[in-house]
Design a protein around this ligand. Structure first.
Ligand code: NAP
Length: 259
């Protein structure tokens, strides 16, 4: 399927690995030029070069922590006038409700709520001027079904979801859509590290911890970054103009709800 976005430009944040990289690769396959970002320079350049080699699109790298004002400034300088924005960053650490102080919440809100909001605020006007734009925020299944140990993430991402619910309806008349993609368990470094923690706590091997988690998912496997990226690219396509303010779960059926 021709997604109709060849020649457009996208900023994909936190995209040297995992889900962000899956989105970057799928957009590049659709012919989209990219601004990619991560904190680690080597992995970012290697991801960018493989995208240039595989898809022949233009890729600019910005090595920066996107959750800081300086990082946002650097990313936005390279991304002026983009047609597509994919927001992403690492998730906050797990813990217990009684562990978290005000400063922990401020950090989580900065990273997973206020950073995507700042990027949207900066880039939506250019999209509105052009009468076309796409924003996809990578959030989490925890927005629909809380993960108790991820209270910081549950809180920050739900705040972002509320902002998107209203803002997406304010900008839709200009041909600009904003939607959220909610990953369940995907096969990335992040889930491997969660499995290692469980393995350590339970005194079992990591493969065993992974198999136990996979058994709880109706499809009995983790999702892939390729599947995730393809959904992101579709949401950014010419065919997705009527999908507004949605929270799309990619969780293999893991969230047990009727609607
Ligand atoms: P990942 O495999 O660990 O990859 C994270 C990517 O983001 C890397 O490229 C990393 O590169 C970059 N990054 C992290 N923090 C950054 C920052 N502050 N500024 C710029 N780049 C940054 O993680 P993932 O599994 O793709 O997860 C992506 C997001 O989805 C996270 O917020 C995660 O909590 C959420 N999520 C994931 C799953 C899952 O199953 N994988 C499920 C639910 C939610 P550098 O480290 O070099 O910066």
């Amino acid at each position: 399927m021709d997604l109709g976005i060849s020649g457009k430009r996208a900023l994909v944040c936190a995209s040297s690995k995992g889900l962000g990289l899956g989105c970057a690769r799928a957009l590049a396959e659709a012919g989209v030029d990219l601004v990619m970002n991560a904190r680690g320079a080597d992995a970012l350049e290697s991801a960018a070069q493989s995208i240039r080699d595989d898809f022949g699109v233009d890729v600019v790298n910005v090595v920066a922590d996107v959750t800081t004002p300086e990082g946002q400034g650097a990313v936005l300088k390279a991304a002026q006038g983009v047609d597509i924005l994919v927001t992403n960053a690492g998730g906050p650490p797990p813990g217990l409700w009684s562990d978290w102080e005000r400063e922990d919440f401020i950090q989580a809100l900065d990273a997973n709520m206020l950073t995507p909001i700042a990027l949207m605020k900066a880039l939506l006007p250019g999209m509105i001027d052009k009468g076309w734009g796409r924003v996809v925020n990578i959030t989490s299944q925890s927005v629909k079904a809380p993960i108790p140990a991820l209270g910081l993430s549950n809180s920050a991402r739900t705040g972002l979801t509320g902002y998107v619910a209203g803002t997406s309806r304010q900008v839709a008349q200009h041909g600009v859509t904003i939607n959220n993609l909610l990953p369940g368990n995907h096969d990335t470094d992040r889930i491997a590290s969660l499995d290692s923690t469980v393995a350590q706590q339970q005194g079992i091997g990591r493969d065993e911890a992974r198999a136990a988690r996979e058994a709880t998912i109706p499809v009995h496997r983790y999702g892939t970054a390729e599947e995730f990226g393809a959904t992101c690219a579709f949401l950014c396509s010419q065919y997705a103009g009527y999908i507004v303010g949605q929270n799309i779960l990619l969780d293999g059926g893991g969230v047990n709800s009727t609607m």
